[in-house]
Design a protein around this ligand. Sequence first.
Ligand code: PMP
Length: 378
Amino acid sequence: MTEIYFDCASTTRPEREVLDVFQRVSLEDYANAASTHAMGNRADRLLEKARSQVASYFSLSPQEVIFTSGATEGNNLAIKGVAYHCRSWGRKLITTKAEHPSVLNVFRELEKEGFQVVYLDYGKDGRLNMEALESSLDEHVSLVAVMAVNNETGYVFDTKKVYDIVHAKSRAKLLVDATQAIGKESLSDIAYDLLTFSGHKIGGLKGSGALLRRKDVQLDAQILGGGQEFGYRSGTAPVPLDCSLAAALRLALRSLPERRAKAKALNSYLRDGLSKIDEVLLLSDENATPFILSFALREHKGSIVAEALSNRGIYVSTKSACSSREEGVSYVIQNAGYPERIARNAIRLSFSGKEDLEEGRLFLEGLGQVLDRIRKED
Ligand code: PMP
């Protein structure tokens, strides 16, 4: 059975070169980077080289790169780190209703501790309510968190505009969760004070990631210990993983134009095919990233269709992978203004940019067969 994997926003297959780096560093330079002997120094040099490489892609200095286990850890550290550091004057925080649970659940926790959190709305066109952002900003806001690309619908939020508004109207810092944007959107389109991403979404390894923190952003560390990662993330540095992240980023950025063009072609081919199916309602608007295409089946539960597709070797997501095992509706889609029924019936296709049109054709064929069967059973 040919398998079709349209679930790259959940995770991607690691690049062979990334695995080679991981293996080589693991086997040859396995010393603790904090050890003072020659072998430790060698590991430390590799770690710092990886840091400098990551920094250079973002035009940052190495001190502005904190290696993490991924975006979840990065988001927790950035949000709690800034909120706690600024708590004497900043009791107000702003985010959007579309954020990933690794952002939203941290804000909910902070609300319980007495912080006020404003959750910004957005529309079906994926546009954030900038007027609400402007009117919510005041001298008590320490942090604004807005994702670059939404993981369920592919909405692209205008972080440059958000950045300008935040900096014009307050002394708050802007955290951008760029997990679905790195290696997909142009880095020059993303403005931030803090930025998070995960390696495994870009052909890297699970458990690797980084938090970028511009020099003037002050944070309280959340993991205390030996003081690694400039004191922000104690624990023995996973040098092989950190080197693998630098390699994954290099490869993803190098292949970006080519993959983006391929994703665009596949996306418009699928949009075309899907719009010919009566039951389908496209949810990703034309401005969404080409790497994510979300749609709903008006009358059929997304989870049932996804399971039937999976039985045919076609892998897609309903809601985000992190929560799709729970029965329920997508809050991202519901908050955009769709009824609960649509938010329950959503299916997400997501690509790496390596897939070809033939896979798109097979997907449409498989979906057609699944819908035929469901219609007969109804
Ligand atoms: N933010 C976004 C937008 C995501 O899509 C994800 C992964 N689904 C995360 C954060 C969390 O990433 P990880 O699970 O690698 O920590």
